[in-house]
Design a protein around this ligand. Sequence first.
Ligand code: AMP
Ligand code: FE
Ligand code: FE
Ligand code: ZN
Length: 286
Amino acid sequence: MVDLHSHSTASDGTLAPAEVVRVAIDRGLSALALTDHDTIDGIAEASAEANRLGLDFLPGIEISAEYPHPGTLHLLGYGIDPQSTILRDMTKTLLAGRDNRNPKIIDKLQKLNVAITMEEVDREAGGNVVGRPHIAAILVRKGYVGSIKQAFDKYLAPGGLAYFDKERLSPGKAIGMILESGGLPVLAHPIQLRYENDAQLERVVKDLLDVGLAGIEVIHSDHDAKLVEKYSTLAERFGLLKTGGSDFHGTNKKIELGIANGRRIPRQFFDDLVSAINSRKAVASK
Ligand code: AMP
Ligand code: FE
Ligand code: FE
Ligand code: ZN
């Protein structure tokens, strides 16, 4: 079994990259992909630890693209080359989007008489990727809310008192940059698109396919058995890869590495993904 969707302290997870690798091994997984939001800062550490301990490892990234509210469109990029300058430029742009947004959230919270500063949030985040979960953790710790979920519901989610959006890439641009940096783009957790009907879901997938989508995340912690079935059928119909992961964030969320809504992720997903990445590289180098 494997897990192809995980976060570390490089973004909004609570475990260091090497710790995520060690948990994967403890939990009996044979392969892992680290897919931090907007950054590859954790890849070198995770990859070295995986190498040392004999775990198959795939570098990844997760990018949030432009999409109408209340849905969200996240793209996973697998097998990206950490040396790619296109990738580095892209992560810089994405971080700038966060650096523009975060102070607005903090300002608004201060106006609501919440005692919180940007310095505290930066300290909470540790790394370069500063996200709403870090703000949420502080709100919980200071007793303004009872849980991370409440922090989102009351303050940080769309419609919340201190919600601000960040600039995003268009889906086409995000997919293009993943492809150009040697990776394969996969639509993450389709349920979060909040499509109104199957026709709308298919339209989104078709549009993404036109600009180079390579796969769909069929197994995910937000997907029940019916959804896994639905997305598997969709992937097969469109000739897309099937992937799966827990979306583990450490103790930030009640999700265990390697288990997505009670389901495990088959090794085959990892093997097929790696084959597809490698055959694309072979074609590119000819
Ligand atoms: P950001 O990257 O700063 O825009 O924050 C988005 C991250 O916050 C997501 O990747 C999730 O990890 C987390 N998140 C988003 N919505 C919620 C929610 N309603 N409850 C808990 N965590 C959430
Ligand atoms: Fe997250
Ligand atoms: Fe996501
Ligand atoms: Zn994720």
